[in-house]
Design a protein around this ligand. Sequence first.
Ligand SMILES: Cc1cc2nc3c(=O)[nH]c(=O)nc-3n(C[C@H](O)[C@H](O)[C@H](O)COP(=O)(O)O)c2cc1C
Length: 167
Amino acid sequence: MKLAVIVDSKTGNTKQAAEWIAEGMNKVGSVEAKAFTIHDIDEEFVKEAKGIVVGSPSYAALMTPDLHEWLLSSAGGLGFAGKLGGAFATEQFTHGGGETVIQSILTVEMVNGMLCYSGGGACGMPVIHLGPVGVNNNVEKHNGMELYKDNFIVYGERFAKKAAEIF
Ligand SMILES: Cc1cc2nc3c(=O)[nH]c(=O)nc-3n(C[C@H](O)[C@H](O)[C@H](O)COP(=O)(O)O)c2cc1C
């Protein structure tokens, strides 16, 4: 079963998180997960995928305009409808809007007919409510993407297990 992680990423943080999510997905037997940016999509792979997780940097607490435009123009053609959907974000401030970025992505996914899943509180620790958020160390020197690596990996594994259960 194919699973895709798709991001917009200008400086690499969100792409890194996407690769960690795909790493977690690939821990589940029979799953082949790949991470893409919106500029290097393998369209056939994404069409065949049973689940898609979309990620964005926080831009004023929303997804990037490029990702939004890409979703509006591409989600239909790539067959998002009926697939399992998830979302995640990166940001440079602890309170930089990552959760609202995730909400904005999940809204588009649901409008396109996806079945959205995060694991929520049902999977125990680490509890991930809407999706994982990573805070980089651009500004907050005590922070850094590596601190969130395990959360992204475990989120990917949970998402893949649910996709395998459903499909
Ligand atoms: C135009 C712009 C707006 C941003 N707005 C926010 C913001 O509202 N909150 C925040 O925490 N970080 C904000 N950032 C920082 C990015 O979200 C953060 O550095 C992110 O990890 C970058 O992801 P990338 O490396 O994948 O491009 C902004 C960056 C840019 C360029």
